[in-house]
Design a protein. Structure first.
Length: 589
């Protein structure tokens, strides 16, 4: 019998020491001296974290609970998938506001005015938020799954695209605190119900106008779905559970091209997005993975191979995920892909991918080799230590500002019934934080990161941003059938940092696709302005860089997406938020 490397390393931890397993999994080129264990920083060698996360959601005023299907039982898969949420500055006052999606209950009858709705919270700049849903006009009842932000009409105000099991909505930001549903006017309305999930704004043809990519998950018809336990696709470890995704028909994704006048044209077939056929797509992220100046698209797919669409620079895309090594895990197995984080974790100038998956499996860390391929370094990097979680929202965040991106992962099972089994798993579970050791490896420090990490929830979406503008990255998490968590970072700003807001002029106003490089001494970091990602969520559009002990950034370099022009700024003081306008330089600090 052939035992896959992942399964051997995952199950052998009860027989062998974790440090030895990690050592065996580490490729020789990672050793700093000749096969010396002492030269490699192993788990257990890092002191307790000086940073903790504290959930301040209630005291901040986030009092709208998430409602999503049955609480103790899920009959249909739509009740289990959950949704995302977003950090975005809708009123352009320099402080992050919060958008919360929401769901419903099947066959529920709500009293007038009591149905759950989506919510928009305005940042009061004192650590609290005010619910402005009614005034803003964005409140909707229904199964709202995903959210992504971008200024599609280049009027200087970021707009909101919301996906649903039902009908998607494009909310135009009117610039006065209100939004208008322009879905039909923009050409994005559809005459049939679809189950959309993640989405991302991108300018794939670099014409200065944002285009839109939408993930569609399952062609879901309650009348045609078997009941729990009725087929092999409706069982989990011998327990009857809701059916899917396997056994249910997958849907195809969509790419909309901006016509430059506030309307869009569906170019899904013409662009090659439909070529891979139907997939159970959940989340999408658009970045320039091959450093050719054109945005590509990575899609996390549930129970099937994930997809990497390479931009062919002529309006078309090609799925190269299999050849690139990021469709499957290193054993060639399909996985239940959920969320996506993109970042340059080893600071080599190439963007890497972290993908979350289902339980009894690891999440994936794909290292960008710089030649169009990726290597699955999950175990050699120390990420393969957790297999018990169904993982969802995720992000590369430098939580301690040491200049090396760490990893945050939100978790939560899909079967409430799991609590009645002897599987060793639970419906509500803690979050996971991996600290970047700066040598290509990570260490799970979750137990030391405070109550905001160790408290148990069935979480889904996660968004990342500095909501209190104190210089460290905070986390917003959606908890199924519970209040959201606002995880305040305490201690992360003890080291230096710089935060950068970009404003496009020749490129799209949101500057999505712009790449920034920050250099301190011999250390260089990169990041890109991006829409979507995590699990069906939107994070801060400002770029955050930890500077460690450096009091200045020696160089900040901005590469604008449409023209590929590069602007450089030297000797920029640390511990400030700067705004850079394309062609005008730093316009505010």
């Amino acid at each position: 019998m052939i035992i896959p490397r992942r399964r051997f390393l995952g199950t052998s931890s009860v027989l062998l020491g974790r440090a030895l397993l990690d050592a065996l999994a580490t490729p020789l080129w990672r050793w700093r001296s000749k096969l010396s264990l002492a030269a490699q920083q192993l788990p257990g060698t890092v002191n307790a974290s000086p940073v903790t996360f504290v959930d301040v959601g209630r005291e901040a005023g986030l009092n709208a609970p998430n409602v999503w299907g049955g609480v103790n039982h899920k009959t249909y898969i739509v009740e289990a998938k959950g949704s995302g949420l977003g950090f975005f500055d809708f009123d352009q006052d320099g402080w992050l506001d919060i958008y919360l999606s929401n769901g419903d209950r099947l066959d529920a009858t709500w009293p007038p005015g009591k149905a759950p709705t989506t919510h928009l919270y305005k940042n009061n700049r004192d650590g609290t938020f005010t619910d402005v849903t009614e005034k803003s006009g964005v409140g909707r009842t229904g199964w709202q799954t995903g959210v992504c932000v971008g200024d599609y009409d280049n009027d200087g105000w970021d707009d909101l695209f919301c996906t649903f099991w039902g009908h998607n909505i494009l909310f135009h930001n009117n610039g006065d605190g209100t939004f208008t549903d322009v879905t039909a006017k923009a050409g994005l309305a559809q005459d049939r119900v679809r189950w959309s999930a993640g989405c991302a704004w991108l300018d794939y043809d670099r014409d200065g106008h944002l285009d839109l990519f939408v993930c569609n998950y399952i062609l879901f018809d309650r009348a045609k779905v078997p009941v729990p336990g009725e087929s092999t696709f409706c069982q989990w470890k011998g327990m009857p559970v809701m059916c899917g995704p396997r056994g249910l028909p997958a849907d195809t994704n969509q790419l909309y091209h901006s016509n430059g006048d506030g309307t869009f044209t569906d170019v899904s077939e013409k662009s090659g997005i439909l070529e891979p056929g139907p997939r159970y797509s959940i989340s999408a992220a658009s970045y320039d993975f091959d450093n050719d100046g054109w945005p590509d698209i990575y899609v996390a797919v549930d129970s099937e191979p994930s997809m990497l669409f390479r931009n062919n620079r002529d309006g078309t895309f090609t799925d190269i995920s299999v050849m690139a090594g990021c469709a499957y895990n290193e054993d060639g197995q399909e996985q239940a892909g959920m969320g996506i984080a993109v970042g340059d974790y080893d600071c080599d100038g190439w963007l890497d991918i972290f993908k979350t998956n289902f339980s009894d499996d690891t999440c994936d860390l794909y290292h960008n080799n710089g030649d169009g391929t990726f290597s699955d370094v999950t175990f050699s990097a120390g990420i393969g230590v957790n297999t018990q979680y169904v993982a969802w929202g995720c992000g590369f965040i430098d939580y301690d500002n040491d200049g090396w991106p760490d990893i945050f992962q939100a978790n939560g099972h899909v079967y409430p019934e799991v609590n009645k089994t002897q599987s060793g798993q639970a419906f509500k579970v803690p979050r996971v934080v991996y600290r970047n050791l700066g040598n290509g490896r990570f260490q799970d420090l979750s137990a030391e990161m405070g109550p905001g990490i160790t408290e148990r929830f069935a979480s889904r979406g996660a968004a990342f941003g500095d909501y209190d503008n104190d210089g460290d990255v905070d986390v917003l998490v959606l908890n199924m059938n519970d209040l959201p968590s606002l995880l305040r970072n305490d201690g992360g700003n003890k080291k230096h940092w710089v935060k950068i807001k970009l404003l496009g002029t020749k490129c799209n106003r949101t500057a999505i696709g712009a790449r920034v490089r920050v250099v301190t001494g011999s250390h260089s970091q990169i990041s890109e302005v991006a829409s979507g990602g995590s699990v069906m969520s939107q994070s801060d559009l400002r770029l955050h860089f930890g500077l460690g002990d450096a009091q200045f950034a020696d160089l900040i370099e901005v590469k604008w997406p449409t023209t590929q022009a590069i602007e450089r700024f030297t000797h920029v003081a640390a511990d400030q938020i700067i705004t850079i306008r394309e062609g005008s330089g730093i316009i505010s600090r």
